[in-house]
Ligand binder design. Structure first.
Ligand SMILES: O=C(O)CCC(=O)C(=O)O
Ligand SMILES: [Fe+2]
Length: 363
């Protein structure tokens, strides 16, 4: 029947995609109801609202002051990194070395991008990462995920080959480059702490090229008229070695810890760090890549910047499998070798469907 053809989900997704203005465009046009492509049947209404019920759980907070020159301080931080990475898969860091002004300008830069006119934003709208270094779109997995998320994203591979400012949106080009440089420095020291926490030499993960490649995701979560029906990001684990996440003061990120959704508190000046699937794979499950999600709210939009550490240059050839020192006869490798190419292709085709991408690679 002709009428049903025009009502398919596919058609609605395509119509939304073709506006090239994302979820922000819907809100700007004044919609008061969440279109059905965004409705997420997985939300447990009891859990959909940010609650203080789990406030007694202490989200790990690490102070990095003095870690590079005070051996006692370093030992304590390495222990805390190990504890957090084995249990939560998440922690926050303060005194991480990135100036507060840089963090603020990075958040402002995302707001500047999304604050531009539709016509200006549309110039960057694409799903084709082969043609463009920068991809602004809504939902990288729009056509594969079971429901669309209430967010728009600007994606850009930033390292190891830093882009020229001309390749980036002018309103945020300089801060994207500056922030990346700072994140690369922090990433290196985080991978050193993580290596030591695994009982390996400090440069082990750096030598595996975990710290070289950074993909930046600048997320914009518009305010939502019916926040109980949809999610800013549905349940997922990150498809990288490590993520360094900067958020504004609007809460929404939750981590699945001991089967409960726990709110990540806003700590001024802090960055959120989480273990990705590839680090869980190479550590043979020693470190956990935890599921997390983002709730939206009706009163304000939210901005975040996720830097994904994964080596983009050697993507097609480099093989990753459990680190030799971390396996034994009693604890044999739990994963087969995979390349980043294979892994990312699997993630892209599957979309954020709430299931683990890592399980595909288990032996
Ligand atoms: O925006 C956030 O707080 C989280 C973003 C996220 O989970 C991701 O980019 O993978
Ligand atoms: Fe994530």
């Amino acid at each position: 029947m002709a009428s049903s053809i025009y009502n398919t989900r596919e058609t609605e997704l395509k119509a939304f995609d073709e506006t090239k203005t994302g979820v922000k465009g819907l809100i700007d046009s004044g919609i008061t109801q969440v279109p059905r492509i965004f409705i997420n049947p997985q939300i447990d209404p009891q859990q959909a609202l940010i609650s203080s019920a789990n406030a007694q759980l202490e989200f790990p907070l690490l102070d990095l002051e003095g870690v590079s020159d005070d051996p006692i301080k370093r030992n304590a931080v390495v222990d805390a990194v190990r504890e957090a990475s084995e249990t939560w898969g998440f922690f926050q860091v303060i005194n991480h070395g990135i100036p507060e002004a840089v963090l603020e300008d990075m958040i402002d830069g995302v707001r500047r991008f999304f604050g531009q006119d539709d016509e200006e934003r549309k110039k960057w709208y694409t799903r084709d990462l082969k043609k463009s270094r920068v991809a602004y779109n809504s939902n990288f997995d729009l056509y594969t995920a079971p429901s669309a998320n209430w967010r728009d994203t600007v994606f850009c591979k930033m390292a190891p080959n830093l882009p020229q400012p001309e390749e980036l949106p002018a309103v945020c080009s300089d801060i994207m480059i500056e922030y990346t440089k700072q994140v690369l420095k922090l990433g290196r020291s985080l991978f050193q702490l993580l290596s030591e926490a695994l009982g390996l030499k400090a440069d082990h993960l750096v030598d595996m090229k975990c710290a070289d490649g950074v993909a930046m995701l600048m997320h914009y979560y518009p305010k939502c008229p019916q926040p109980e029906l949809t999610l800013g990001a549905s349940k997922h684990a990150d498809s990288d070695f490590l993520t360094v996440l900067l958020t504004d003061q609007v809460r929404g990120l939750q981590v699945l810890y001991q089967n409960q959704w726990v709110d990540v508190p806003f700590v001024p000046g802090a960055l959120v760090v989480n273990i990705g699937d590839l680090l869980q794979l190479v550590t043979n499950d020693r470190f956990v890549s935890a599921d997390h999600r983002v709730l939206v709210n009706s009163s304000s939009s939210r901005v975040s910047v996720a830097c994904f550490f994964r080596n983009a240059t050697t993507r097609s050839t480099e093989l990753y499998w459990p680190i030799e020192e971390l396996v034994s006869e009693d604890d044999p490798p739990r994963y087969r070798a995979t390349t980043l190419e294979e892994y990312i292709t699997h993630v892209r085709s599957k979309g954020l469907d709430g299931t683990s991408a890592l399980s595909q690679f288990r032996v």
